[in-house]
Design a protein around this ligand. Structure first.
Ligand SMILES: [Zn+2]
Ligand SMILES: [Zn+2]
Length: 296
């Protein structure tokens, strides 16, 4: 992903905007679905995200996926981890299940040659945030130590619901600082616009201030991905409900600024907006809004 900017510049008629696409029928079908919405950037699940079962990627699936990516010119492909994983859990059994599951996610990412694995930092259900951050860093460290590969783990900023860990830039910084030095270079962050707004980062009234705080605390080098989602809930609501671009409480303006922001130009951007009845139609509509707002 390091030379994504160069690749983008070389390939005509493509940009850094993509979407979370379905893996129905097998992950090898996901690249085609990205091209159906004129994208060379994609995010997918490598398994059913609401189950503990850990399928293995066989050699045939892996080569079919890589071949599809090559044939279709996919530049960036990554995964989002399972919803069940909670690497911040104070429950030892759940923590260990989560660590094993996260490690299995990384194994599948390596088998598919994926660029990134997005992970929600989870919940410190006992209310001890600091201990939650510590446990999270340990889980990521153990998993990265066990699995080699090019996949970068991206800690996603959360909306801050309940005992959620990772709803501030400082939380993400703390996790990164506590991850073992040996594997720390393989960790970055993903900022979701809906989560940021819900967590109290005012991308509408204080766009510059938010990114200045981000740069000060984490730095743009750590920014591996943006999730572009509008929000159904108001500013600082601590709620995580995505809405179509321009149809929620964020409105169009912050997205117009994001797609025209030079600091973010080579950061891959993925939609996780509601798909409606037809994934392709809805994703193309949302991507169209973003693409038309780009200054030429
Ligand atoms: Zn997200
Ligand atoms: Zn979300």
């Amino acid at each position: 992903m390091a030379n994504f900017a160069q690749l983008l510049a070389m390939s005509e008629n493509t940009d850094e905007l993509g979407a979370h696409v379905s893996s129905a029928g097998g992950v090898q079908h996901a690249p085609r679905r990205a091209r159906d919405i004129d994208s060379v950037v994609l995010q997918l699940f490598t398994k059913q995200p609401s189950r503990w079962a850990e399928p293995k990627i066989d050699a045939e699936t892996s080569s079919a996926f890589r071949e599809a990516c090559d044939d279709l010119g996919i530049l960036v492909a990554g995964a989002h981890d399972s919803y069940l994983i909670n690497l911040s859990s104070p429950d030892r059994k759940l923590w260990r299940m989560s660590q094993r599951s996260f490690q299995a996610e990384l194994v599948r990412c390596a088998a598919l040659g994926l660029d990134f694995l997005v992970t929600h930092p989870g919940n410190a259900t006992d209310g001890d945030l600091d201990a939650g951050l510590e446990r999270n860093a340990l889980g990521v460290t153990e998993s990265l130590r066990a699995v080699e590969g090019q996949t970068r783990v991206l800690l996603e900023l959360t909306a801050g619901t309940g005992t959620t860990v990772g709803a501030t830039f400082e939380n993400l910084r703390t996790i990164i600082d506590r991850i073992d030095e040996e594997v720390r270079d393989r960790v970055g962050v993903c900022i979701d616009t809906c989560h940021a707004f819900s967590a109290g980062y005012h991308l509408v009234d204080d766009y510059e201030g938010v990114w200045e705080a981000f740069d000060r605390t984490l730095g743009f080098d750590r920014l591996g991905l943006l999730h572009l989602n509008d929000s159904k809930h108001p500013f600082d609501s601590r709620k995580d409900r995505h809405e179509g671009i321009g149809m929620g409480t964020l409105g169009l303006e912050p997205f117009r600024r994001i797609v025209n922001d030079d600091r973010l130009r080579s950061v891959p951007k993925v939609l996780e907006t509601p798909k409606g009845d037809d994934d392709v139609v809805e994703d193309l509509r949302n991507l169209g809004i973003l693409r038309r707002m780009r200054d030429r």
